[in-house]
Write a protein that binds this ligand. Structure first.
Ligand code: ADP
Ligand code: MG
Length: 557
């Protein structure tokens, strides 16, 4: 099999391809430099002109305008992977690039796309078994869990911040017996990353401009102890005056009658709340301003527009039963907590509801300088939580490309035991997966070919945990804590194999249509030699501008 060297993922603008490799290469080449602990940040400018500097594969994808069928298939597969697994976005994109690069060669050599696709999927199945065989279980109370979280967030921040966030994530999960349903994550702009904290209880955003909350503040009732909590799952407002929702006022008496009617209704509504001695009324939707003010005056803390996950979490933790309308409230439906406190975060207000009678609940309060940084932080931490969960569920394998070398060797072995042409696809897969250690080496500034050769030798000599460390040195990465849940590389390989297989076949089916090029904004170009004479893009859609030999698309806005 041809050695791919470190050419995988190079943008080769305009090169004809029979396998959608152009689109895959373009995506891979943007993401490549972000892989691993030495990953560089990428500046992404979206269509609205917003600039984001990021190191997260999924965020980079957000900024690309991918506009051809093949590019979109790849993008969607990578996104779905990111959503489901929480880590390995860049890895998946690079693997797809590597697999399609190899497939290109095989198609040129005359292998049928269907055989390649089948070979890839069977190789990924084998890879999963190999990785599972090598995985080691993880002690939820031990040091390894923090290491897995740190590996997952490596490269996003500096080393100190990485350690801090790994500790914060693992600490939060341990506080709730590793049950992510009892952990909520909030990110607020303003403040420093280092100001992020773990809070006991459920954090609830409260609308800063809400007059009802100001009413409470004016009363200086900043905290409630042992509050009863009512949960209402719909909007709280006065019933419409008549069924049609409108009323015609003909004279001043009518108006007075309407007002009277409203006052009576409001009074009844407030009484329904105070009769059962509610201290805090948490509503999933909005609370009419007048009602909110009246509630606050009556000594009830109104909380409106509560996030769905927070609302559900409060119901569980406080042991409250949400009701559909205020009129349905009874004492049975109420829950309790030890305290509700109000505090300022950044420019806004939050409430913390804590000291629950039953299961504990914690919240991570993350801070970032700008809304973008805050949001990015939330994304990274949520990924970290997913990774910790995978690690406890299925065990871990060494990272730093060690797992991929193991897979490469095992799949090569399998290829040698197959005596038909499908061996070619297995060999191609074995070569393609080395894109991960090669890229880690390259990003660390060392020669990818040398690093790969050394890794192979070490694994050949039985050093199963040899990987690329952050300095680019080949060493026992397990010993230095570079570990990842077995689910991450296994699922990356599975997604990549299926997507590459799909793309090869899509291309076949779309034969005769123009689907070539990198598939990314402004890069639409004709398919090239393979389809000369076929229908070719003629819309002059070249807003990326002058790609000849240059960057294959524009991050335009
Ligand atoms: P992805 O989006 O694929 O998760 P990352 O930028 O997070 O991309 O890089 C993940 C790769 O970096 C994995 O192969 C992982 O094993 C490797 N890696 C993470 N931390 C380290 C580290 N400290 N040393 C070496 N490799 C690491
Ligand atoms: Mg990662």
């Amino acid at each position: 099999m041809t050695q791919t060297g470190d050419s995988a993922g190079e943008p080769t603008a305009g090169e004809p391809s029979a396998t959608g490799v152009g689109a895959a290469r373009a995506i891979a080449s943007t993401l490549r430099s972000t892989l691993g602990p030495n990953g560089l940040d990428t500046m992404v400018i979206d269509r609205s002109g917003t600039v984001t500097v990021t190191n997260t594969g999924a965020t980079v994808l957000d900024g690309l305008s991918i506009d051809t069928p093949i590019g979109r298939v790849i993008e969607e597969a990578v996104r779905t992977h990111a959503r489901r697994v929480g880590d390995g976005t860049t890895t998946t994109a690079l693997l797809i690039g590597g697999l399609l690069d190899e497939a290109d060669r095989l198609v040129e050599a005359g292998l049928h796309p269907t055989s390649i696709a089948a070979g890839y999927v069977s190789a990924a199945d084998h890879a999963r078994d190999v990785l599972r065989d090598r995985s080691v279980p993880i002690d939820p109370g031990g040091e390894r869990l923090r290491q897995a979280a740190a590996t997952a967030v490596t490269g996003r921040w500096d080393a100190a911040a990485t350690e801090r966030f790994a500790a914060l994530t693992v600490g939060a999960l341990r506080a709730v017996d590793l049950d992510p349903a009892r952990l909520t994550v909030h990110a607020y702009a303003g403040g420093e990353l280092a100001d992020s904290e773990l809070i006991d209880g459920i954090l609830v955003d409260v609308d800063d401009s809400s007059t009802t909350i100001d009413g409470v503040a004016a009363d200086d009732r900043r905290s409630l102890s042992d509050p009863t909590i009512a949960l209402v799952d719909s909007e709280i407002r006065l019933p419409d005056v008549d069924a049609s929702g409108s009323v015609t006022v003909r004279n001043p008496d009518d108006l007075a009658a309407v007002r009277d009617h409203e006052r009576t209704n409001r009074g009844e509504l407030i009484r329904a709340v105070t009769d059962v001695e509610v201290d805090a009324l948490v509503c999933q939707q909005s609370i009419d301003d007048d009602i909110g003010t009246a509630l606050a005056r009556a000594g009830v803390l109104p909380v409106e527009r509560t996030r769905r996950d927070e609302f559900d979490a409060i119901a569980r933790a406080a042991d409250a039963t949400p009701v559909a309308a205020v009129a349905d409230l009874d004492r049975e439906a109420l829950g309790t907590a030890g305290a509700i406190r109000r505090r300022k975060v950044g420019g806004g207000n939050v409430l913390t509801i804590s000291e629950f009678p039953g299961e504990s609940h914690v919240s991570l309060l993350l801070r970032g300088g700008t809304p973008h940084v805050a949001e990015e932080t939330r994304r990274i931490v949520e990924d970290g939580i997913a990774v910790v969960r995978h690690a406890t569920a299925g065990g871990v394998v060494p990272g730093g490309g060690a797992g991929m070398i193991a897979v490469s060797r095992a799949v090569t072995d399998r290829a040698s035991s197959v005596d038909d042409r499908s061996a070619l696809a297995l060999e191609a897969f074995a070569d393609a997966v080395t894109v991960i250690p090669r890229t880690l080496a390259r990003n660390a500034g060392v020669d990818p070919i040398d690093a790969l050769a050394e890794l192979r030798n070490r694994h050949h000599d039985g050093e199963r945990t040899a990987g690329i460390d952050p300095s680019g040195t080949v060493r026992d990465v397990f010993a230095v804590g570079v570990i990842e849940p077995v689910a991450v590389p296994a699922r990356c390989l599975e997604t990549a194999a299926r997507t590459a297989g799909l793309v090869i076949r899509i291309d076949e089916r779309l034969d005769g249509e123009s689907t070539g090029g990198s598939g990314i904004d402004g890069s639409s170009r004709e398919r090239g030699r393979a389809h000369a004479g076929d229908h070719v893009h003629s819309d002059g859609d070249d807003h990326g501008g002058g790609h000849d030999g240059g960057y294959p698309w524009a991050l335009s806005h």
